[in-house]
Design a protein around this ligand. Structure first.
Ligand code: NAD
Length: 245
């Protein structure tokens, strides 16, 4: 069977969904998780399978280590071998720090940071033993520019950058790679939550003059997991239309 066996978190919508669609269309086999959006996830897997791809959906909260173990067992049963992990599931709970409840801090860190730890921890030993594997972590430009009202989110995304760099150094000798993708403003439900005036302001500040599409992020992920990227590890790839240039 050609193609790679890939695990993606948060594939029900947005960037994760585009990653699942793009990688499946390229002949890879994909098992993806979601927290909510059960119907949409099952429909996505069914549609892609009818189109001739091999795609499976599984409900698992990445912040819960036990659910992550169940998801990995499911993925191994469906895929056999696993070549790639794409950590994508993420949330926002935006608020100025002076009124941010501890719960909003904890929720964001649990999903965006501990969730990446849980998934990577569950697979990294397997990758090292196989002497191959690639971890792609979806961070955010906010992780290095900072965004007012997002101290929790930016802390989690900055954390992922450090996590990826450390991991890349740790596992390089075993042939495993770890890379980070840092999108700017991408058209998904996450940005749809922002008010229109703010979005218009953002578009004016993006040199390319528009938000990015989820597909454009997926195309970058597709390159990074490919053999064309075999000498790339520990790197952060910004995809933001020039916003942070
Ligand atoms: N949209 C943007 O502009 C943007 C910019 C930079 C970075 N990102 C990052 O890209 C990733 C995807 O963002 P998006 O805009 O597609 O978001 P989205 O809200 O459209 O989709 C998020 C996905 O993650 C899943 N998810 C959420 N919490 C989960 C949990 N605890 N366990 C398992 N799955 C969970 C959801 O079910 C959904 O499938 C996130 O990590 C986000 O931080 C997005």
């Amino acid at each position: 069977m050609s193609g790679k066996n890939i695990v993606v978190t948060g594939g029900s919508k947005g960037i994760g969904k585009a990653i699942v669609e793009t990688l499946a269309a390229e002949g890879n086999r994909v098992a993806f998780s979601y927290k909510s959006g059960k119907e949409a996830s099952i429909q996505l897997a069914d549609r892609l399978s009818k189109e001739g791809s091999f795609v499976w959906a599984f409900q698992a909260d990445v912040s819960d280590a036990a659910q992550v173990e169940e998801f990995i067992s499911f993925a191994k049963a469906k895929l056999g071998d696993i070549d790639v992990l794409v950590n994508n599931a993420g949330i926002t709970r935006d608020k100025s720090l002076f009124i941010m409840p501890k719960e909003d801090w904890d929720d964001v860190i649990a999903t965006n940071l501990t969730g990446y730890y849980n998934m990577t921890r569950a697979l990294i030993g397997y990758f090292m033993k196989s002497k191959k594997g690639c971890v792609v972590n979806i961070s955010s430009v906010g992780g290095f520019t900072g965004v007012g009202g997002q101290t929790n989110y930016c802390a989690s995304k900055a954390g992922i950058i450090g996590f990826t760099k450390a991991l890349a150094r740790e596992v390089a000798k075993t042939g495993v790679r770890a890379v980070c993708v840092a999108p700017g403003f991408i058209e998904t439900d996450m940005t749809a939550k922002m008010n229109e005036k703010h979005l218009e302001e953002i578009k004016r500040t993006v040199p390319l003059g528009r938000l990015g599409s989820a597909r454009e992020v997926a195309d970058l992920v597709s390159f990074l997991i490919s053999d064309k990227a075999r000498y790339i590890t520990g790197s952060i790839f910004t995809i933001d239309g020039g916003l942070s240039a």
